[in-house]
Design a protein around this ligand. Structure first.
Ligand code: GAL
Length: 416
């Protein structure tokens, strides 16, 4: 075959391939644990099947702080990716910078306004335009337990904070690590948030972390939440510093530890190891927070792009995210529940089914609260201020709960 002939053959072959003019989407996220990667891979596959190229921009680091730092650097140099996992109030900040593109045509065609809960669609819009697409709903207030370990220790799955500490004592006495924890600011913050929700209840939780009400931030209940955190510290091993959340999950899975306090992305690790919910492991609403649901909604915000084919790829990505097929596969692997309330849940495990039920009933009452530790309740500045105070407190055995509550209010005020 001569060169011309080869070229002609190549061109005619290309014309047979559907979507030969696919674009490229670069997607920034931090879903790098074994289980979460499987979830991200489902999105990559569905986008590639539409003839586009997926450029993975994964930045490791639970909670996404490292990913956000990298994103800022890229955006400042005029080189933002097509899509980035940006959540909650931060979407508004990026919108204000004028860097996000609108997805209104995709949203109208697929009727996003009708599919999504009102609070969710409002969070995805900047100035009335859709600039982000929600991926899922994670619940933060969960406790994960290994039932075998509990049985061996003669411990009972806890329903209240008192029962939680009783179970922790039993596990400790039987030679197990009671609580698998990773000493990283966002993990300390996640545990603190669950304790605060249990002790303050959803209404005061909202007053503290959404309204940033000084009286509640420095009040008796907040002092109690810090005191509970201090007590809990006594059940965490000395090697917790810097441990990743998925390593902590593995410790519960392999029977070294009895419990982990973590959002339901922890389930992604159990599912990836083929463990069965309700059997090999149990998910309990964090003791004392039954009826409440601290939500953490992952979402992909879309940046302005210059090439038409890349823009098309970006739109196809956004449309795919809210389609039932993706919602099912992704969420089954990610540990979260679908963000579409009309999704058929029969194929989901017992934890996801309970989560969906609790989400819907919490939404009807006062129990639905935005997670502070996962960027839903307040800006990343407030979140960072809370993490600083909580982590310093957690790592200082002589720290005083009352002072910590004062510091919390002061730190929040300083970044407002
Ligand atoms: C959260 C994020 C989850 C999960 C978790 C651990 O902030 O929303 O999807 O990745 O961090 O990294």
């Amino acid at each position: 075959m001569n060169t011309i002939h080869r070229l002609v053959t190549a061109v005619s072959l290309a014309s047979l391939v559907p979507f030969a003019h696919g674009g490229e989407v670069e997607v920034l996220h931090w879903w790098t644990s074994g289980g979460e990667k499987r979830a991200a891979d489902t999105l990559q596959r569905l986008v590639e099947e539409q003839g586009h190229t997926w450029k993975d921009f994964a930045v490791a680091g639970g909670g996404g702080e490292a990913a956000m730092t990298v994103l800022k650097t890229r955006a400042v140099s005029g080189n933002a990716p097509a899509a980035a996992q940006i959540k909650g109030p931060d979407i508004q900040e990026w919108g204000e910078l004028g860097l996000l593109t609108d997805l209104n045509d995709v949203a109208e065609e697929a009727k996003w306004d009708e599919l999504l809960p009102k609070q969710v669609s409002a969070a995805m819009k900047y100035d009335g335009d859709y600039v982000a697409v929600p991926v899922n709903v994670h619940r933060v207030n969960w406790l994960w337990i290994n039932p075998d370990v509990f049985e061996k220790a003669g411990a009972k799955p806890p329903q209240s904070l008192d029962e939680f500490f009783t179970a922790a004592d039993k596990l400790k006495a039987a030679g197990f690590m009671p609580l698998a924890h990773g000493g990283q600011p966002w993990q300390d913050g996640t545990v603190f948030e669950d304790l605060a929700l249990a002790i303050l209840g959803p209404e005061d939780f909202r007053k503290a972390f959404v309204d940033l009400d000084r009286d509640v931030l420095t009040g008796e209940k907040m002092v109690e939440a810090f005191a509970a955190l201090k007590k809990l510290r006594g059940y965490v091993d000395n090697n917790a510093a810097g441990r990743d959340w998925n390593s902590a999950t593995a410790m519960v899975m392999n029977g070294k530890a009895g419990m982990q306090i973590m959002g339901d992305w922890a389930k992604s690790e159990w599912s990836a190891a083929n463990k069965i919910a309700g059997d090999d492991y149990q998910c309990l609403p964090f003791p004392g927070t039954q009826g409440s649901f601290a939500y953490n909604i992952d979402s992909l915000a879309m940046f302005k792009l210059s090439k038409d084919e890349d823009r098309q790829a970006q739109k196809d990505l956004a449309r795919t995210v809210l389609e039932p097929e993706f919602q099912q596969f992704f969420n089954q692997n990610k540990g979260s529940i679908p963000v579409r309330l009309d999704q058929d849940m029969t194929e989901f495990d017992v934890c996801a089914q309970q989560s969906m039920e609790d989400f819907k009933s919490a939404a009807q009452g006062a129990g639905l609260v935005p997670s502070l530790a996962h960027g839903m309740a307040a800006s990343s500045y407030v979140q960072g201020a809370v993490f600083d105070v909580v982590t310093n407190f957690f790592n200082d055995p002589s720290a005083d709960p009352k002072k910590a509550a004062q510091q919390l209010a002061a730190a929040i005020q300083a970044v407002q």
